[in-house]
Structure formats: C-alpha cells, structure tokens
Design a protein around this ligand. Structure first.
Ligand code: GLY
Ligand code: MN
Ligand code: MN
Length: 466
C-alpha cells in the first residue's frame, strides 16, 4: 500500500500512475468530524537531566560558536520504501530522544553570552485540514500515526522547541558530520558514560542475553532448516523488536567455516551438528544504546577436543585482557594483552613461522595476526563502534577511565583454505565478546551472566534440551 502522491526532492510529483482524484466531497469530508486530541503534556523523561548536562558540557567547549546537530532523515531502501528512521547518535545523546525521535529534527546551539540558547527544531504537526495530514505517506499522520506536538516534545525532553521551517542557517554554523572539530567533540563527549547510559547499556545486555537464550532454545528448529543461520537471525530479531528497538548492527550468524568471515551477515547457510556457530548480536533498546555480544556454540552440544582447545585459548586471551583492565591504562594495552596470549598459543601449536616473542615484536612481528586480524576492544554506547570520530589520542592511545564501556572480543579464525595450519584446525572460527564497564575499582563484565567458558556453554546447551 502506498500513497499515490510521491514527490522528488525538487517537489515534482512521481509515481502518479495510481493517483486517485480528490473530488470536493472527499475534501469536504476528510477534514471534519474528528474528536479533539488529548493535549495533556507528558512528564519529563528520566534522561532529560542527563541530556541537559551533556549540552552544558558541549556548550562550554564552543563559546560563541553556532552549533547544528541534525537528527538526519529517512534513507531510501528502494523506490518509495525507506529504511526505518534512526536518529544520529550525537543528536540522540544531546536530546535524550531515542527510537521515538521525529525525522529531520535539528538541535541548534545559539551563542548567548558565555553559553548558548538551545532549541530543538522539529516538524510541527499538520492539522487535519492540510493535505500533508492525509496525503503524505511519509509523515502524514493519517498514514504513519500521531506525531507529538512541539509543546509535548518540549515537556518530554526539557528543551525549548520551535517549528522546523523557522530554523535559520548561517555560513558560520558548525555542523556535526561536516566540521571535524565539532564532530570529534560530540564523539569524545560520549567516551565516559553517565549513570543513565550505564543503566541503559546493562538493559541492552540483559535483553541481548534473553535473545541468546532464545537461540539456544530454538537450536533443534535451526538445525532442521536449510538456512538455519537465517533462523538464528530471525529468532534474535524477534527478541530485539519485541523487547527493544532493533539490533544495534546486523546480526552475524556464522556456522562452520562462515565463522572465519569476520562480518558474515549473509547468514544463508545451514547450521550443522559437529560445527561451531558464532553468533555476534546486540539488542538496541528504545533509548538507542546497544549491546555487542558474541558467543560461539557447538551445535551438537559438546566441543570436540580441537574446538575446545581453540575456544579456551580465546577465553584465556579475553580473561587476560579483563585482568589487565584498570583505570589509567592505555586503551590499546587491552589489545596488546590479548594478542600476547594469541601469539603464545598459536606458537605453541606450531602455527607460527617464528617464536611468540618474535611475533610480538612491534616492528618485525605480527605473524599471529593472520589468525586474528581485528582489534580486541572498541567503545560501546549509542553506536556499536561508539565514539568513532574521537581523535586517536583520546581513543586508541587514550587512557581508560571509570565510566567507559568497551568490548573485549578476541578471536581465532582458521579459514577453510588456510594451508598454514593442520587440517583439523581449518574451518574453525571462535570469538568471545563481552561488554565491560570500567569503574574506580576495576572492570565489571556487564555480560557475565551469559555462559562463556566451554563448560558453561555445554551446560547451557544441555539444559535447553532437558
Ligand atoms: N559486531 C561487531 C563488532 O563486534 O565489533
Ligand atoms: Mn564488537
Ligand atoms: Mn560484535
């Protein structure tokens, strides 16, 4: 079902071949006879005071500058079909507006004295007498359901609002996504999470844990289906949509040799007993914070000796990085620590052409990276790869602080056609990924509740079959 009225960006009508006429009787009738709306204003949402503090922190860094933070709009999927709207993370962070944000809204910081006046510009509601209301399939309320009023959004988020068409732009505006200094600043503002963000990340992890339980419970159905990986994706999607907003990124459901393709999201393979299946998935909750968890499961219920050896080496690398994690360390040391274990184990197994020490030499080594090419850790928050525009000296070379949330996710991947390893290793890929909160007292594994040792995984799978 589509509206018969589509417009291109320059306003020209397209796809008019199914346009219906608008006779006077229709126009006279459609705009009248509706009950009054309930205009009761909502209470301020819990994240509003946190968003206020974030705005104050940004304002203090850009005295006298006019700052523009767009929410973004719909991205076209095909023809008149769009991807679901998802606000830009900087916009979500500074407004506290999550999955219910209105597309094309813009947050504006207008310089005022030593600070800024902040206004949220959004598309005002169209009344029932307007064409937009019943002819615009993208935003018309007759099509997409009620939108909040400017007053309701102001009360809800605790920020001044104004109609989008009154937003004025100047050549000196600094715009997130267009100007590097501001883009880095809003990314770096998210490196240390506040109490609301930590609570939401724990919620995302807990919801994701239920999604993993769902997958384990559905394994018999998954094994039966010729595209069992898609069933894994679908089972997790049901949890993400019913208990959250969406997934924070495309689920990786990678069985057998597919586990060695780091971002296998095609998910069109079978899930066969005897193989390992690597599932990397995270629920994005309504506030738009996401988890990012990986578990690698033996489809038959138990690991073979070689699978277990590889699995436990990866766990050793993860545990080593966790043990090393402390406030004041360099972020990159997490990776260095995990890679030390990966190098030592792969050397011990005779897979490296050099010793572990030589492989770990910063200038001439790196041989072990053939089997783990990715990093061990990234920040996590509104984006799965959060704070991606932070400067390197604030991120990879930066110092770990309490309030930071990041992954620890080492892996070992022996591709099916890798002639440098004995045949028994080939086609095995393992990753274990947990979401870690740094505190004054050291790291806390937010995802510790999801089984992660080889023994725990086997017990989990056995339990689901009882
Ligand atoms: N799911 C992507 C990652 O782990 O970074
Ligand atoms: Mn990750
Ligand atoms: Mn992941």
């Amino acid at each position: 079902m589509t509206s018969t009225d589509q417009k291109t960006e320059d306003g020209a009508d397209t796809n008019t071949n199914r346009r219906q006429p608008y006779p006077q009787g229709f126009l006279d009738t459609i705009g009248t006879g509706w009950a009054a709306r309930d205009e009761t204003l909502p209470p301020e949402r819990p994240q509003a005071p946190f968003a206020l503090a974030r705005r104050a922190a940004l304002s203090a860094q850009f005295t006298g500058k006019r700052l523009v933070i767009p929410a973004g709009g719909f991205a076209q999927r095909s023809n008149d079909t769009d991807f679901p709207f998802r606000a830009h993370s900087a916009f979500a962070h500074l407004t506290g507006w999550g999955s219910d944000a209105v597309a094309d809204s813009v947050l504006l910081f207008e310089p005022a004295g030593s600070g800024h006046d902040v206004t949220l510009y959004l598309r005002d509601r169209a009344t029932r007498e307007t064409e937009e209301f019943y002819r615009d399939a993208t935003i018309g309320e007759f099509w997409v359901g009620p939108r909040p009023s400017l007053a309701a959004v102001a009360a809800d988020l605790g920020v001044a609002t104004a109609p989008l068409e009154t937003l004025e732009r100047t050549p000196d505006d600094l715009v997130v996504g267009e100007h590097d200094g501001l883009t880095s600043a809003v990314s770096e503002l998210r490196l240390v999470k506040d109490a609301y963000e930590i609570e939401q990340l724990q919620l995302a992890v807990d919801t994701t844990a239920r999604g993993f339980d769902d997958i384990v419970r559905e394994l018999p159905r998954i094994i039966e289906h010729p595209r069992g990986e898609r069933v894994v994706e679908g089972v997790f999607h049901l949890r993400a949509r019913s208990d959250g907003n969406w997934e924070g990124y495309d689920t990786i459901a990678a069985s057998g040799p597919h586990a060695c393709y780091l971002h296998w999201t095609r998910n069109d393979g079978a899930v066969l007993p005897g193989d390992l299946i690597l599932v990397d998935a995270g629920v994005e909750v309504d506030s738009l914070y996401t988890a990012d968890i990986t578990r690698t499961l033996p489809v038959s219920g138990t690991f073979t000796p070689i699978q277990r050896r590889i699995y436990e080496a990866v766990r050793e690398a993860a545990d080593a990085a966790f043990a090393a994690a402390r406030p004041g360390m360099r972020f990159r040391e997490l990776h260095d620590t995990a890679m030390g274990v990966i190098a030592r184990r792969t050397a011990e197994w005779g897979l490296l052409p050099v010793s572990a020490e030589e492989a770990l030499d910063a200038d001439r080594g790196g041989h072990q990276r053939r089997y783990m090419v990715h990093g061990t850790s990234h920040h996590l928050g509104l984006d799965v790869h959060d704070c991606a525009q932070a400067r390197r000296e604030m991120y990879y070379e930066g110092v770990v602080e309490p309030g930071m949330v990041f992954t620890i996710e080492p892996g070992l991947y022996f591709q099916i056609d890798d002639e440098t390893v004995p045949a028994e290793y080939r086609g095995i890929g393992v990753r274990i990924e947990d979401d870690i909160l740094m505190t004054e007292d050291g790291p806390v594994n937010l995802s510790a509740g999801i089984p992660r040792t080889a023994d725990e995984i086997e017990a989990w799978l056995a339990q689901s079959r009882d």
